[in-house]
Design a protein around this ligand. Structure first.
Ligand code: ADP
Length: 319
């Protein structure tokens, strides 16, 4: 193993830069040449690959986004596209690749491993939707961004004695919503994993009113969606002014939290070590605060288990 490459793929997340930095600095320290691939798998196909030195990753640990940029590559999903990428990898004599991205990017990494290229995945997504790891890189920052927004909306919600429906990201995974609900002191959390009725929410709102609550914060997961519609229904039933806010892409950006920077640094470091151990088709994760590596196929096959305990906590603390 002499030359390795790193790329970011799919949806970006805060602290991807911290992971890139850790890969580059660990790789160089171990005597490797490290290359950065621009625009995800597209860059692998078109050969947008550049050597990175220690200073190329200076001053990025605090920056959101990804200096390597990211993309969704339809071409890489085809055998022909992957063959083109393989040709580039061979010509540039790259011995191993580290892919930072979500589950889609991991499927791509798995196929690359099948072609004989040692490939390791680092989970970079704000969704925390990968079951094999307790946390993904970017989740904590997105959570903190959501909390910051919820705090602000709560102020104005209290002043006007309104109900606020706040939609957070997370695709089909309710983690960001539940964590936001607990940390943001929400009155109700609506997640895709748990059936709900508007009547339940309204009952909760009436109970809150009776106990003197000035505001009512309802956190809605992206996977359920329809914040405006839900707000309208709540207003119809309760006659209390109800506003919807979709937080959207602000959750994907911003300077990463300390936890995310540390997680990304640990995972980036581990990914290089795993490559040097001669492993392939592995993904890096964190379990019980230990950095682990696991077979990609095995990791992707683990179903995400809904955390009933956390959900119940979010409900019980809101009463
Ligand atoms: P994320 O990695 O954030 O889940 P996507 O699902 O969009 O994002 O995947 C990112 C990229 O990974 C895709 O644009 C594609 O290039 C590659 N990819 C995703 N799924 C596959 C697949 N089944 N086969 C090959 N490549 C894939």
């Amino acid at each position: 193993m002499k030359r390795i490459a790193v790329l970011t793929s799919g949806g970006d997340s805060p602290a991807m830069n911290a992971a890139i930095r850790a890969v580059v600095r660990t790789g160089i320290e171990k005597g490797l040449k490290v290359y950065g691939v621009h625009r995800g798998y597209n860059g692998l196909i078109s050969g947008e690959i550049f050597e990175m030195d220690k200073h190329s990753v200076s001053d990025i640990i605090q920056r959101g986004g990804t200096i390597l940029r990211t993309a969704r590559s339809e071409e890489f999903k085809t055998p022909e596209g992957r063959q083109k990428a393989l040709n580039v990898i061979k010509v540039l004599k790259i011995d191993g690749i580290i892919v930072i991205g979500g589950d889609g990017s991991f499927h791509g990494a798995d196929l690359l491993s099948d072609l004989g290229v040692p490939t390791i995945g680092i989970p970079g997504t704000i969704d925390n939707d990968l079951a094999y790891t307790d946390y993904t890189v970017g989740f904590d920052t997105a959570l903190n961004t959501a909390i910051d927004a919820i705090n602000k909306i709560r102020d104005t919600s209290s002043s006007h004695e309104r109900v606020s429906v706040i939609e957070v990201m997370g695709r089909n995974c309710g983690d960001l919503a539940i964590y936001s609900g607990i940390a943001g002191g929400a009155e109700y959390v609506v997640v895709p994993e748990k059936p709900f009725t508007v009547e339940d929410i309204c009952e909760n709102i009436f109970n809150g009113k009776r106990s003197g609550k000035l505001h009512n914060i309802i956190i809605l997961a992206e996977g359920v969606g329809g914040a405006q519609k839900l707000a309208r229904k709540i207003e119809e039933i309760t006659s209390i002014e109800t506003r919807a806010t979709v937080l959207g892409y602000i959750q994907r950006g911003g300077s990463p939290s300390a936890s995310d920077r540390i997680l990304a640094s640990r995972m980036g470091n581990k990914a290089v070590e795993v490559l040097l151990e001669g492993k392939s088709a592995r993904v890096i994760g964190i379990k019980n605060n230990k950095i682990i590596d696991m077979d990609i196929k095995e990791a992707l096959a683990i179903p995400k288990v809904f955390d009933e305990e956390l959900f119940d906590l979010s409900i019980s603390l809101s009463n």
